[in-house]
Design a protein around this ligand. Structure first.
Ligand code: NAD
Length: 491
């Protein structure tokens, strides 16, 4: 019987009161490796109470001391780097190389948070009127909540928790029920780094646990990352309940190629964008738009690369280019998308459905897949597939390609491949997306920049990471002072 994972409440690893669990798989071979308790209100209340109780002391801990814990966390994560990457690969299925990238990006947010004493500084101005000074300070809000998706089990929790904690908030994390193990390891390392009990807590589960968190009066901020329908629901519910919310949703990212783009680097970048993390990435390029006849130059080598992609078990074979998707249910959903594309008349030029992985036949595999002649109204271009499926369209020119991209309704990332500075400048100006790549397949910003989806890819105002993260996890207090000191008259 696989072990049911524990909650972290007030520094202790405790059992849930839940009777139901969700399975956690090793997607490479399809075996169940753990069970996630589907926590309800009483578990959530225990965790939020622990975070509430820990808040006053943690908020009063000097920023430099809070930052020292982050420095220790970074050192511990660096020391366990390979182990963390292997854990991500085991529960998510992505290649070790992708998992290493994920760990690196997560640690970078903790490194950013190490700068807390400088990042938290306020402003001041002497003599806003004669003898009167004005200053601002930043203070934490209280209990912060993180609700995270399956596709980055380590990095997405790390997008917000180091910043929330270093700003003086306490935290309750609700990781994806499909991948709870990396989050648990983060909790263990935070404890080892010296974080006081109750400052960071973990509850598990799905909808019920989330709803209990959104309704809890002690929760001040909610950071959500997941699919668009849930992101919208979280934003609407949590703001209605008076919380500050940043809610990142799904994506449909366009990769536009002009005929003057460099052939080899563009093919590599498109392959990495579409099939890295088996396409289970909110920054994945899922629509390829060949403008001005670029398809003639690029489509054949892309097809050849996709056919040559080695698919297999990422937990035991370092030679594979792409691993499985996260669950059998998700695999079936992707198959249904492919079926819909065929029925709508798209041309399946590379079919990944017949991939055979003899080593581990029960894993959740799909090979790299490419559709051509996709039309804007087709479901495969309107809906997020979140798997290794690339849909190709052709447009007369760049204007038409940008218009297609801007009509998508999402707005996470958009990418242009070209050697023309003018085309690149026009694209950056006109494209309706928060993260833009010019000859970069996955334009994911580093920790000191905001991760900024637009439209249906983000609900809220302040994005995750960087200075916007500091603003999200603090509130400003403005003090105006005048001293009536008879012995030392001032002006
Ligand atoms: P998901 O929306 O199914 O789940 C995300 C979280 O919400 C999980 O913790 C889950 O337990 C919870 N949840 C699920 N259904 C819920 C409901 N009805 N009510 C309340 N809570 C619920 O997403 P996923 O499948 O885990 O992750 C993939 C999605 O995340 C994709 O759409 C992807 O684009 C998106 N994503 C977005 C970003 C970004 O930065 N915009 C980053 C990573 C992933």
């Amino acid at each position: 019987m696989p072990t049911t994972v524990k909650l972290l409440v007030n520094g202790e690893w405790v059992s849930s009161k839940a009777t139901e669990t969700a399975p956690v798989y090793n997607p490479s071979d399809g075996t169940q490796i753990a069970a996630t308790p589907l926590c309800g209100t009483s578990d959530v209340h225990r965790a939020v109470q622990a975070a509430t109780d820990a808040f006053p002391d943690w908020a009063n801990t000097p920023a430099v001391d809070r930052a020292r814990i982050m420095f220790r966390l970074v050192a511990l994560m660096e020391a366990r780097f390979e182990e963390l990457a292997q854990l991500v690969t085991r529960e998510n299925g992505k290649t070790l190389e992708d998992a290493r990238g994920e760990i690196r990006r997560g640690i970078e947010v903790a490194e950013f948070a190490c700068g807390a004493p400088a990042l938290l500084m306020g402003d001041s101005l002497e003599n806003i009127a004669r003898g009167i000074d004005c200053d601002t300070i930043r203070q934490p809000l209280g209990v912060s909540v993180g609700i995270t998706p399956f596709n980055f089990p380590f990095m997405v929790p790390m997008w917000t928790l180091p910043i929330a904690l270093v700003c003086g908030n306490t935290y309750v994390l609700k990781p994806s029920e499909r991948v709870p193990l990396s989050a648990i390891r983060i909790g263990e390392l935070l404890t080892e780094a010296g974080l006081p009990p109750g400052v960071f807590n973990i509850v598990h589960g799905g909808k019920d646990a989330v709803n209990a968190l959104l309704a809890h009066p002690q929760v001040e901020t909610v950071s959500f990352v997941g699919s668009t329908p849930v992101a919208r629901y979280i934003y609407e519910t949590a703001t209605r309940n008076g919380k500050r919310v940043q809610s990142a949703g799904g994506a449909k990212n366009y990769l536009i190629v002009l005929p003057d783009a460099d052939l080899d680097s563009t093919v590599d970048a498109v392959m990495g964008s579409a099939y890295g993390c088996a396409g289970e990435r909110c920054m994945a390029g899922s629509v390829l738009v060949c403008a001005e006849g670029a398809g003639e130059r690029f489509l054949h080598p892309l097809g050849e690369s996709a056919r040559g992609f080695r698919v297999g078990p990422t937990d035991r074979n370092a030679e594979v280019d792409m691993g499985p998707v996260v669950t059998k249910t998700h695999l079936d959903r992707i198959h249904q998308h492919i079926e819909n594309g065929l029925q709508e008349g798209a041309d399946l030029i590379v079919d990944g459905r017949d991939v055979m992985v003899e080593e581990t036949p029960n894993g959740f595999y799909l090979g790299a897949t490419i559709f051509d002649q996709v039309q804007p109204q087709m479901s495969i271009v309107r809906e997020e597939i979140f798997g290794p499926v690339l849909s190709t369209m052709h447009t007369r020119d760049l204007d038409e390609a940008i218009a297609r991209c801007n009509a998508s309704g999402y707005g996470n990332a958009a990418v242009l491949f070209t050697s023309s500075g003018g085309a690149a400048r026009k694209f950056r100006h006109e494209v309706n997306a928060g993260m833009v790549g010019i000859n970069i397949g996955v334009p994911a910003p580093m920790a000191f920049f905001p991760f900024s989806g637009w439209n249906n890819s983000f609900f809220g105002d302040l994005h995750v990471q960087g200075a916007e993260g500091i603003s999200f996890f603090t509130r400003q207090k403005v003090t105006i002072s005048r001293w009536m000191d008879a012995k030392r008259p001032f002006f």
